[in-house]
Design a protein around this ligand. Structure first.
Ligand code: NAP
Length: 351
């Protein structure tokens, strides 16, 4: 498929998520980064000076000499990806949308608003219909805001979607073991996390519980309608650099055998498969048969960091089935998620 090349601006380009975006966009077939922006303390510096580069691949040379701009329109680009801190993302993203830029955001600020799509391309592409409602309501002609979910929500919802479609979901219990990079830089102090597990991540359980319902819900003339499923989450920060592991129990409306669950994951073909989005791997759910998988260090790079690895499907004596899943939190859970959203917008002619 031939898609026009689009110019991208990255807001929050110096942060953990911003760095991942640049690494993923360096050789992107549809997108070219033409503007980098961050806080006042970074503006005016070269990207090399401003960013505390934290990935295990080198900083792409093509960005190192670029001057970082302030996060205010106009920027020299067709749309913006936002990896901004929650404390500032809300107002800055609205300013860009009002100035005519499509904004795809990682931040929590707009996710649950009644006219803003919370998007996973493989799960709920039909929610993009809310963009028109949003533009009418806010008086925005060309600009709009689309969000991607919290990093722990993405893996869970991708694994649940085929099961919800096949059997109907009633109840979900999830316990997360979340990587340190999910807290940004410098994030959790080393003396708190070394040799330790912290059984609280502010606001995380609430996000996992509420975002899941919006993502698995519908969008129609009356707006978004949440899925009728009960979700209970326990969230823990663990001493792992990248990759969120989640232990999940589920109860279905229509009972299913383990083989049917495996088949539902294996046979699920997302509606967006027709677009061949560059960042969406095929398959995007990978089941591992080994008893001791998935593991963060071993499995997080599966599908270029965009696949969800699932394993250990077995009977749950409390609900019906239980399993373990892993997703890369700064790729599939953040930067790669926003890029995949942008690819779907491009393929649908919405950029
Ligand atoms: P981070 O490493 O702390 O980076 C924050 C970015 O925001 C930096 O580029 C920073 O620029 C910029 N910024 C801060 N204050 C600003 C201001 N007043 N004006 C303009 N820019 C400002 O955070 P992160 O981990 O990348 O997270 C970014 C967003 O993604 C957050 O909303 C977070 O909740 C969300 N998210 C993160 C993850 C993850 O796994 N890390 C996953 C999903 C979602 P300076 O460098 O100039 O300060």
């Amino acid at each position: 498929m031939s898609v026009k090349r689009y110019r991208v601006g990255v807001l929050g380009a110096t942060g953990m998520v911003g760095q991942r975006m640049l690494a993923l966009l360096e050789n992107h077939p549809w997108f070219e980064v033409t503007a980098l922006a961050a806080s006042e303390q970074s503006a005016g510096k070269s990207y090399r000076e401003a960013a505390h580069w934290n990935l295990d691949t080198p900083m792409p040379e093509i960005f190192a000499g670029t001057t970082v701009r302030r996060c205010e329109p106009p920027l020299d680009c067709d749309f913006v990806l936002s990896g901004l801190d929650n404390s500032v993302a809300g107002g800055i993203e609205e300013a860009f949308a009002a100035a005519g830029y499509p904004v795809i955001s990682n931040a929590k600020n707009h996710r649950m608003e009644s006219d803003v799509p919370l998007l996973i391309p493989e799960v709920n592409p039909e929610h993009l219909a809310a963009i028109r409602v949003q533009q009418e309501k806010r008086g925005w002609k060309k600009g709009f805001i689309v969000t991607n979910p919290n990093c722990s929500t993405v893996g869970l919802v991708c694994a649940l979607k085929p099961l919800a479609d096949a059997f109907g979901l009633k109840k979900v219990l999830v316990t997360t073991l979340q990587a340190i990079s999910g807290a940004g830089y410098p994030g959790v102090p080393s003396l708190d996390i070394l040799d330790n597990v912290i059984p609280h991540i502010g606001g995380e359980e609430e996000k996992l519980q509420s975002e899941t319902l919006k993502l698995l819900g519908s969008h129609g003339a009356e707006g978004f309608r949440n899925a009728a499923v009960t979700v209970s989450a326990h969230c823990n920060r663990v001493h792992v650099r990248d990759g969120h592991l989640e232990c999940v129990s589920v109860e279905f409306e229509h009972a299913a055998q383990a083989e049917e669950v495996l088949r539902a994951w294996r046979d699920f073909t997302p509606a967006v498969a027709k677009h061949k989005l560059p960042s969406v791997p095929v398959p995007f759910i990978v089941y591992r048969e080994e008893q001791n998988r998935p593991q963060p260090r071993v499995d997080r790079a599966t599908g270029n960091g965009m696949a969800i690895t699932v394993g250990r499907l077995r009977a749950c004596p409390v609900l019906q089935h239980k399993f373990v899943l892993l997703s890369h939190n700064t790729v599939r859970g953040a930067a790669g998620a926003a890029i995949a959203d942008a690819e779907l917008l491009a393929a649908e002619g919405l950029l």
